[in-house]
Design a protein around this ligand. Structure first.
Ligand code: ADP
Ligand code: UDP
Length: 236
């Protein structure tokens, strides 16, 4: 597969065209940002961890019937994926109170939730990714009713599968963000990444944070947390 022109450079990844119009190459960087790009830094080796972990998890989800963009891992940092039109929504699932949920509602971080929470944000950096509900999504035309239903169903199934997987390696899945895309024939598939950049992972025993919150909150040992998650995913 030949790597062609760069289509996009984001905060954490670059996307390249290939000689097949239905495929693109995602290249993972070590760049880290937080607070809508206000905080910038580097997390050494992050690109490798996120690429490999995301590919591993997407292949696991595929085996459980969730369609994903994964096609082939090309190198430590590069993966061939099905090219999609990204549905402009960040799909967040929460199992335990944390982050903006805790702040907004005054519910202490770590409080178990009485049921899973699904939130949508409209993916727009300039607007600061505002939270939207189903009505906003239909009214603005970000997705159709059918697409919202499909995305919701996949997101909750992915949560069940990921909770089980991480429990087995001693990690509580607190919350995470997903992105979905549409292939040329309109099929909705899981896209983007699943990694310590996009999930909150807490050690099940010590509650130590093993994710990007260590960078967001200047907690130190950021690289160590990414390396620990990589080790647990691949070696148990
Ligand atoms: P951001 O755009 O938020 O800075 P990244 O640096 O992660 O994010 O850039 C990756 C971009 O690629 C994101 O905009 C994401 O929506 C998009 N993307 C992810 N998977 C695919 C795919 N399979 N096809 C096309 N675009 C994708
Ligand atoms: N998240 C993400 N990208 C975003 C916003 C959130 O990957 O642009 C993830 C984040 O890592 C966490 C979950 O979504 O696992 C919920 O994030 P929250 O709304 O609490 O926002 P934050 O506290 O990160 O501002």
């Amino acid at each position: 597969m030949k790597k062609a022109e760069q289509l996009y450079e984001g905060k954490a990844k670059k996307v390249f065209a290939t000689d097949d119009p239905n495929l693109c190459i995602v290249s993972y960087k070590d760049d880290a940002t937080a607070f809508n790009g206000l905080k910038k830094g580097t997390i050494e080796g992050k690109g490798i961890v996120n690429n490999k972990m995301s590919n591993y998890l997407m292949q696991m989800l595929e085996r459980s019937g969730i369609p994903t963009h994964f096609a082939q891992e090309l190198s430590d940092r590069e993966t061939l994926v099905k090219k999609v039109h990204i549905v402009p929504l960040e799909v967040i699932i929460r199992n335990v109170a944390a982050g903006s949920f805790s702040k907004r509602l005054g519910i202490e971080e770590g409080t178990p939730l009485k049921c899973k929470v699904l939130e949508f944000s409209y993916k727009d950096d300039e607007l600061g990714d505002p939270m939207v509900n189903d009505y906003h999504i239909l009214a603005a035309g970000y997705a159709t009713k059918q697409e919202v239903e499909t995305i919701t169903d996949y997101a909750f199934r992915i949560d069940d599968l990921l909770i089980d997987f991480f429990k087995n390696i001693g990690v509580d899945l607190i919350d995470f963000k997903l992105e979905f895309g549409k292939t040329a024939d309109g099929t909705i598939i899981l896209a983007d990444e699943i990694s310590p950049d996009t999930c909150r992972f807490w050690d099940a025993k010590t509650h130590e944070k093993l994710d990007k919150d260590r960078f967001r909150r200047d907690m130190g040992n950021v690289e160590g947390a990414y390396a620990e998650m990589m080790k647990r995913v691949f070696q148990g």
